[in-house]
Structure formats: C-alpha cells, structure tokens
Write a protein that binds this ligand. Structure first.
Ligand code: ADP
Length: 187
C-alpha cells in the first residue's frame, strides 16, 4: 500500500507512520527525519536546509523534491511506503504525481490526522522540553502552524477531490489513534 500521512505539526504523524510502516511492511519516509539526519552530519543537503528548518520555514521545493525522488526510487519503497511530511506544497504534489506515474504506481490513500489547535501547541511545547530541536521554541512552533495552514492544509482539498482522503481523529492516546487508522485503511 502507498500512503501519505498528513496533519499539522504535533498531530502525531511520525509516531503513527512508524507503526503503520511496520504493519504494512513498507518504507517509512519522513522528510523531516531525513533533513535532520543531514543537518546533524553537516552534509551539503543539511547545510542547505538548516536555516529554513531552524526558522520553521519550508525548505525550497527543488531541494526537497530531489531528495524525495531519490528516496522513492530505492528498492524498499517500491511496493509499499508511508510518506510523512511530504508533500507540503502544491509543487510537491505535482512532483510526487510525476515520480509515481514514472514508476507506474499511484497512491492508495491520504490519512489526515485531525487534532485540536491548542492541543497541538501543548504537545509541541512538551516535546520541546526533551527534543533538542532548534525549531521547538514557542515562537517557531506557532509559526510552523501558520505555515501549515497557509501552504499545506489546502493540499487536503486536492487529494479530497481525488477521493483519497481518510480523516482520522488524532486526539487521545497514540495506540488508540493507531487502531482508528488501521480500521479506516482501504482494503
Ligand atoms: P513537524 O514536526 O513540524 O511536522 P517535520 O519534522 O516533518 O516537522 O519537519 C521539520 C522541518 O523540516 C520543517 O519545518 C521544514 O523546514 C523541513 N521539511 C520537512 N518536510 C518538508 C517538505 N516536504 N518541504 C519543505 N520542507 C520540509
């Protein structure tokens, strides 16, 4: 199965995507994780991405798209994957369409995790106490929510018009949310 998981920062995409990839036997592809690994190793890609990430801005599409193209054409992503944190812009949607059609594949569903906005801020502030992430300060957290609302929330309409969106209530315990996702998956 080939899935996207979408939702605002703090919605729990990463936690759910890891479990789901294990369950489906596919690759978990988190653009945020790949960027952070590159920043910590100070690769060329990491150096290009870092200042955008620290400010809570999106990394420019040409950088992100090239990285995802490369990752999606690796063997472990051929049959099944869960993409977490991509696409985030309309340009990335177009690129993903092109990559997948080039491989003769298409998406099976887009999981949309829905969480109350104040709960999101509280979760991220709590994570900030231990994450060590440069983008987990209150100001940057609030900015990331705004960027999501402006740039990424509209993507749900695009995928909605293709009949792909599966809305899942993301409030409550992670295990419970995980069960809701599994129950909602296309058969
Ligand atoms: P969050 O926890 O805020 O959802 P992620 O861990 O997914 O964030 O990503 C962290 C940062 O990495 C983003 O704020 C952004 O700078 C960069 N990033 C991740 N995915 C993308 C993407 N698809 N396009 C552009 N930038 C991205």
């Amino acid at each position: 199965m080939r899935l996207l998981i979408m939702g605002p920062p703090g919605a729990g995409k990463g936690t759910q995507a890891v479990e789901l990839a294990k369950r489906l036997g596919g690759a978990h592809i988190s653009t945020g994780d790949i960027f952070r690994a590159n920043v910590s190793q100070q690769t060329e890609l990491g150096q290009a991405a870092q200042r955008f990430m620290d400010a809570g801005e999106y990394v420019p599409d040409e950088i992100t798209n090239a990285m995802v193209r490369d990752r999606l054409t690796q063997d472990d992503a051929r049959e099944a994957f869960i993409l977490d944190g991509y696409p985030r812009t309309i340009d990335q949607v177009d690129t993903l369409d092109t990559i997948l059609s080039g491989l003769g594949n298409k998406l099976d569903g887009v999981i949309s995790l829905v969480v109350d906005p104040e709960e999101l801020i509280q979760r991220l502030l709590k994570r900030a106490e231990t994450s060590g992430r440069a983008d987990d300060t209150e100001e940057v957290i609030r900015h990331r929510q705004e960027v999501y609302t402006n740039e990424t929330a509209p993507l749900l309409e695009v995928y909605g018009s293709r009949g792909l969106v599966i809305e899942v209530d993301g409030m409550g315990e992670a295990d419970e949310v995980g069960r809701r996702i599994v129950d909602a998956l296309p058969s």
